[in-house]
Design a protein around this ligand. Structure first.
Ligand code: TXA
Ligand code: MG
Length: 348
């Protein structure tokens, strides 16, 4: 397939993409979190094409992207008061809300679940694409399943060129990690995936919120409520290990990483370290990847996936990363980093 790559600012871009969506084709587009791979959410055949292009397991449901709050009532069978309050507070923006679904949403979009994930993105290109096409857009992140989510158009091209109809280039995304997911179908509102909208921000609007236990303790017997959270994710090809100090002993982290790096270098392997600006000159690895300042959680979130992809480009065999739990986004960053590392953590 010949994939059209078009700049989101070009006059005809949105019109062309709208045509593709209305013919049940696939369009990758920027959102404020990561790039999405979109298709008509209300057409099972269109949604099926997403799974094929990504190589995604079919039990992993898709998020439906909408551009006006009224659209929620087309696809959700019950919209409780706390849902309305969250929509008013955080939409458009990086929050996905799980509600009971109406029959109009095919099982092919929700992976057979009787609930539907809904989000109104704030990126102007995403919003105008949904509005102009008149299509409710099912969109997972636009990466090959298992790879880091794309934070710019060239990441999407790497994974999707030749497999989808069109890619809209909207430059670098702002946030860099996927939306917060909150499930409002149970007794207590539950965060299924941490993100830019934090637990405290949600509780400020609707009161007590819990975090899906499967996210806190990586216990293989606990099944995450968001099916996608159980898969290996965001993983670079090289082996990634996180080095963490529970007593925040920076020197201990540096020494441990250098010890590991030197062992692997002696054995002839290529090594990289993902480090803060403050520590960047202290490592003896082949490649140093600077993720931002230690207290710069929004920069760290925005750069994480791009650095993991960079490791693949450079054919790095072993990657060591400092832990980044500081700041409001620390929890969400560590959630993604731990998954990318397959929960390989060394405590020093
Ligand atoms: O920021 C985002 O949310 C991005 C952009 C493109 O909007 N999208 C995204 O989609 O991250 P995806 O497919 O990569 O992740 C969706 C997650 C998966 O873990 C999936 O299992 C979960 O949402 N999910 C979707 N529908 C669900 C449902 N009805 N119940 C529970 N989890 C659901
Ligand atoms: Mg994804």
């Amino acid at each position: 397939m010949n994939t059209i790559i078009s700049n989101g600012n070009d006059k005809n871009c949105i019109e062309m993409a709208s045509k593709v969506l209305n013919k049940d084709g696939l369009v990758a587009f920027p959102t404020e979190t990561v790039y999405g791979l979109g298709a008509n959410a209300l057409n099972a055949e269109a949604a099926a094409k997403i799974y094929a292009a990504k190589g995604r397991p079919s039990d992993n449901p898709l998020i439906v992207h909408i551009a006006s709050i009224q659209d929620v009532y087309k696809i959700a069978s019950d919209v409780p008061e706390n849902a309305t309050a969250l929509m008013e507070a955080f939409w458009p923006g990086p929050l996905t809300i799980i509600l009971p679904k109406k029959d109009i949403v095919p099982d092919g979009t929700t992976g057979g679940l009787n609930t539907v994930a809904i989000r109104m993105p704030s990126h102007p290109v995403a919003l105008s694409l949904i509005k102009e096409s008149g299509v409710l857009i099912a969109a997972p992140s636009a990466n090959t399943s298992g790879r880091p989510s794309p934070t710019n158009a060239s990441h999407v091209i790497e994974d999707m060129d030749g497999k989808i109809d069109m890619i809209i280039d909207g430059g670098d995304v702002g946030i860099g990690i996927e939306s917060t997911i909150i499930d409002l179908t149970g007794d207590i509102p539950t965060i299924l995936r941490p993100g830019f909208i934090t637990k405290a921000m949600l509780e400020n609007i609707i009161g007590p919120v819990q975090i899906d236990k499967a996210l806190i303790e990586p216990d293989p017997n606990l099944r995450p409520k968001a099916p996608g959270m159980k898969y290996t994710h965001y993983a670079p090809k090289g082996e990634l290990t996180i080095i963490e100090s529970l007593s925040y002993d920076n020197q201990a982290i540096i020494s441990k990483i250098n010890e590991l790096v030197n062992t692997k270098k002696l054995a002839g392997f290529k090594t990289a370290v993902i480090a803060t600006e403050e520590n960047a000159t202290k490592y003896q690895c082949d490649t140093i990847l600077i993720i931002g300042k230690a207290n710069g959680d929004s920069t760290i979130a925005a750069r994480l996936y791009a650095l993991l992809r960079e490791c693949d480009k450079l054919d790095i065999d072993y990657i060591y990363s400092e832990a980044y739990s500081a700041g409001e986004l620390g929890g969400a960053i560590m959630n993604r980093l731990l998954k990318a590392a397959g929960h390989r953590v060394i405590n020093v």
